[in-house]
Write a protein that binds this ligand. Structure first.
Ligand SMILES: Nc1ncnc2c1ncn2[C@@H]1O[C@H](COP(=O)(O)OP(=O)(O)OP(=O)(O)O)[C@@H](O)[C@H]1O
Ligand SMILES: O=P(O)(O)OC[C@@]1(O)O[C@H](CO)[C@@H](O)[C@@H]1O
Length: 304
């Protein structure tokens, strides 16, 4: 089973406004609410691919119930821990530019954390765990590293998709896969990144620091994979972007959907990029059929 943990789920409130202006009343052309949060997105796409997945994490209030009911109706298994405050609402404003306002999220208590640890202790070597998204300020900065320590004892592969210090803290525990985008790479290592050579150089540093496989996603410019066999670059398919929210999460889901069945890193990389793009070209997260229809447009080259 592929488990995901989302510490800070969200309702993604997507609003389309033509020519958004600050300081004025703007009327929306259309709006829609989706269950969101990075781990939840990974589970939703895995479920679309027919892969058995369970979403863990913390939800609260009417917003939390919306998420739970929506994804359970789609067929995603859930085992959330209820918290006292409401799950956040993240505003994704589509206008001439894309603007995001991500909420703070509910407080997580020590008791909440212990309940999560108890659930994670039950995973075994057949399972993969995805730790994805931002963790609230009430949670220790090394929480993902603490969870990895439980997983190491039970031989559970761990994928980490977060940023900054929280991600750096996990490297010593050898995560199976991490996926910073190029801006997150520059921010986490506190370096300027100007070109592809810089991206490769610093992505290799993440391998030296402990990551087993690193994907650097580069939106419309594709993605890089750094693994035992070398460095690979993937092109993206052509298409019109409708909503890129969750493209990175879809990339991880596509990777795992393939890897879980075939254990072939390069095949998994190919499907991952097709899946990320399929979501970028969709309003909601992508379907399996759409991702598969794009896979032949993904060209992978070994570049070192
Ligand atoms: N404009 C685009 N055209 C084609 N594919 C795209 C585009 N934007 C994203 N993708 C696909 O999605 C993948 C992930 O995108 P991106 O690098 O934006 O991830 P991210 O920053 O983690 O995204 P998010 O946080 O919004 O989920 C890319 O590697 C690519 O396959
Ligand atoms: O605030 P975080 O946890 O970093 O990101 C949360 C979020 O922006 O990530 C997902 C897209 O990747 C959205 O569904 C969600 O709103």
């Amino acid at each position: 089973m592929i488990y995901t943990v989302t510490f800070n789920p969200a309702i993604d409130y997507i609003v389309n406004v033509s020519h958004f202006k600050t300081g004025e009343v703007n009327r929306v052309n259309s709006d829609i609410k989706y269950p969101g949060g990075k781990g939840i997105n990974v589970s939703r796409v895995l479920n679309n691919f027919g892969v058995d997945t369970k979403a863990l994490g913390f939800i609260g209030g009417f917003t939390g119930n919306f998420i739970k009911n929506y994804i359970e109706d789609e067929g995603v298994k859930t085992d959330f821990i209820n918290v006292k405050e409401d799950t956040r609402i993240n505003v994704k404003l589509k206008s001439n530019e894309e603007t995001e306002i991500n909420g703070y999220g509910p407080t997580i208590t020590e008791e909440n954390l212990n309940s999560l640890f108890d659930k994670i202790k039950k995973l075994n070597s057949e399972d993969i765990l995805v730790l994805a998204g931002n963790v609230q300020k009430s949670v220790p900065r090394d929480i993902y590293a603490q969870i990895q320590n439980i997983c190491i004892k039970n031989n559970v592969k761990v994928v980490v998709d977060t940023t900054g210090e929280a991600l750096l803290n996990t490297l010593k525990n050898k995560p199976f896969l991490i996926k910073p985008n190029k801006y997150e790479l520059s921010e986490m290592l506190n370096v300027d990144i100007d070109n592809m050579d810089d991206i490769i150089h610093y992505a290799k540093k993440l391998i030296d620091m402990g990551a087993q496989n690193v994907i650097i996603s580069m939106a419309g410019d594709g993605a890089l994979l750094i693994c035992n066999e070398g460095v690979y670059k993937a092109t993206t398919p052509n298409g019109a972007v409708k909503n890129s929210v969750g493209a990175g999460d879809s990339l991880i889901a596509g990777f795992l959907a393939s890897y879980y069945k075939e254990e072939d890193i390069l095949k998994a990389f190919k499907l991952s990029v097709a899946t990320g793009s399929a979501t970028a070209f969709s309003l909601d997260l992508c379907t399996k059929e759409y991702a598969m229809s794009l896979i032949n447009q993904v060209d992978i080259k070994k570049i070192s």
